[in-house]
Design a protein around this ligand. Structure first.
Ligand SMILES: NC(=O)c1ccc[n+]([C@@H]2O[C@H](COP(=O)([O-])OP(=O)(O)OC[C@H]3O[C@@H](n4cnc5c(N)ncnc54)[C@H](O)[C@@H]3O)[C@@H](O)[C@H]2O)c1
Length: 247
């Protein structure tokens, strides 16, 4: 199998997109560390997946430096090496700009932008042990649209692109690639709670491929970027939105 003997960390693993990525990596032979800060949801994921030996579930807060170092210590102790890191944890509240408090701004940036930095820095020593390290960051198609009620989120996710490019240059000498994906509006629990079906259907009509996006539409690109086939692709952003934005 494509990812046999590979060790993969996925953050935001209990969420809609993260859990789909975890499932696919497991089905392709990887050992997967599922990371999330929601204990119940993480426990439910373990139950849903029937607790395979290849699954390690660790509760951690990606916006906390201490929590990220504790995560890396546990992973190092259990696995030693990490081959693939998927920085996928995120939070995307919709708040009109003038109502965004500084606390909310900081929280959204802490999870979506500081998170990839803190997790990557903590995991890097284990990632350097890999012969073909991979980092995949989940940005967002909202950076193209400039979604008005998500100014903090759009700013943080645009920062993830800069982080991806600079880090690609830093880590090339270790044979570690760093890439990002920009999902379009994807049917996951928080999106279904945030937007009425009419808005999601309207979005679907704005695409070249006129249907709603699901988590399953994203996993193939993530696994491709994590695979040997993508060994010479780094610093790039792949937009996966059914042809909503052409970049
Ligand atoms: N669904 C979409 O339309 C969409 C579009 C573009 C980008 N994205 C991005 O895709 C990623 C996954 O989103 P999703 O739609 O699956 O949402 P989701 O809420 O279902 O999943 C996100 C997961 O991240 C976890 N998380 C949040 N804060 C955390 C923290 N501090 N530490 C650890 N885990 C934390 C949550 O508990 C949740 O399980 C996010 O980065 C999101 O910004 C989503």
């Amino acid at each position: 199998m494509r990812f046999s003997n590979k060790f993969v960390i996925v953050t935001g693993a209990a969420g809609g997109i993260g859990s789909a990525i975890v499932r696919r990596f497991l089905s392709e032979g990887a050992n997967v560390c599922a990371v999330d800060n929601r204990t119940d949801a993480l426990n439910q994921l373990v139950v849903d997946l029937s607790s395979p030996d290849a699954l390690l579930a660790i509760e951690a807060d990606v916006s906390s430096e201490e929590s990220c170092y504790s995560l890396s210590a546990k992973v190092e102790q259990t696995w030693g090496t990490v081959d693939i890191l998927v920085n996928n944890a995120g939070k995307f509240p919709a708040t009109p700009f003038e109502n965004i408090s500084y606390a909310e701004w900081r929280e959204v940036c802490a999870i979506n932008l500081d998170g990839p930095f803190l997790v990557t820095r903590a995991i890097l020593p284990s990632l350097k042990q890999s012969k073909a390290g991979r980092i995949i960051n989940t940005s967002s198609g909202s950076i193209f649209a400039g979604t008005p009620d998500q100014c903090h989120y759009v700013t943080a996710k645009a920062g993830v692109i800069g982080f991806t490019r600079s880090l690609a240059n830093v880590l090339g000498e270790y044979n570690i690639t760093v890439n990002a994906i920009t999902p379009g509006l994807t049917d996951t629990p928080p999106i279904l709670a945030l937007f009425p079906a009419s808005i999601l259907d309207q979005q679907a009509q704005a695409r070249a491929i006129k249907r709603r996006e699901t988590a399953a539409d994203l996993v193939g690109t993530v696994l491709f970027l994590a695979s040997d086939d993508a060994a010479f692709i780094t610093g790039q952003t792949i937009n996966v939105d059914g042809g909503n934005n052409f970049v």
